[in-house]
Design a protein around this ligand. Structure first.
Ligand SMILES: [Zn+2]
Length: 249
């Protein structure tokens, strides 16, 4: 039998499994995204009580599968429950969206410590912040960069005109670059249109250190617009719906 291992992990999703077990999808800096089985978790009052909830930060002891099966969750210790994310609706839906994005944009057992760190930042920030839309928009932007889909927001990708108020810009989902209205005169307004102000906020956020992101003051309008465009861009990349997004509005 494989030896037990220990790691830190954030719960992305929990589902019932059979009569008494739970399937727990986790993201860990060491093993990436994995699905584990918590035997007896639906019944046991002791081992896993109040620990296996979405968004919880855990220290876990687990056994990896021999091939591509489920990880076995042996023990879990709660490091931070991020309690307010389950009691405040806007925070809850923002955290749900972030977890769904992590599930969609990461491969199984493909560990990227930066993504763990980003998700940890998001949960911590949502737990304190009053504007969840801003936090999840910045998270979404940075997650795209980690996944290799960083939007290029400094200039028009075609004529290289800088972003300023003499032109309007839309994001091109094919390559994540901006295009100005002179290069693309037929499409001045679309679901990928970004205002000058929003482009500047997002471009600034791309260049900040992660721990500084909380300091960025972003108007609700810019956060909404960012979420809309990043959502449409991600749908294009993934070729599928991101279900949690509709609860944000
Ligand atoms: Zn142009």
């Amino acid at each position: 039998m494989t030896a037990l291992c220990r790691t830190r992990a954030i719960i992305l999703k929990v589902a019932g499994y059979g009569e008494s077990d739970k399937l727990v999808t986790l993201y860990s800096p060491d093993i990436g995204r994995v699905t584990s089985i918590a035997k007896g978790a639906k019944r046991s009052k002791r081992r896993f009580v109040n620990k296996l909830e979405e968004f919880s930060l855990l220290d876990i002891i687990y056994r990896p599968p021999r091939s591509n099966g489920l990880f076995f969750l042996a023990e879990a210790e709660l490091a931070d429950p991020f309690l307010s994310l389950r009691t405040t609706h806007q925070r809850y839906v923002a955290a749900m969206l972030a977890c769904e994005l992590v599930i969609r944009f990461t491969g199984i057992q493909d560990s990227e410590p930066e993504i763990f760190s980003l998700l940890h930042w998001l949960l911590d920030s949502l737990n304190r912040e009053t504007e969840p839309r801003k936090t999840v928009a910045l998270f979404h932007l940075r997650l795209l960069s980690e996944g290799g889909y960083r939007p290029e927001l400094s200039c028009c990708g075609s004529c290289h005109a800088p972003v300023n108020n003499s032109r309007s810009f839309t994001l091109q989902p094919g390559d994540g670059s901006l295009i100005c209205n002179r290069c693309n005169p037929n499409k001045t307004r679309s679901s990928f249109s970004l205002s000058l102000q929003t482009i500047k906020f997002l471009h600034t956020a791309q260049q900040m250190e992660q721990h500084q992101l909380d300091r960025l003051q972003m108007p609700v309008r810019a956060a909404r617009e960012s979420l809309r465009v990043l959502h449409n861009y991600s749908r294009h990349l993934l070729q599928r719906d991101i279900h949690s997004y509709r609860f944000m509005n």
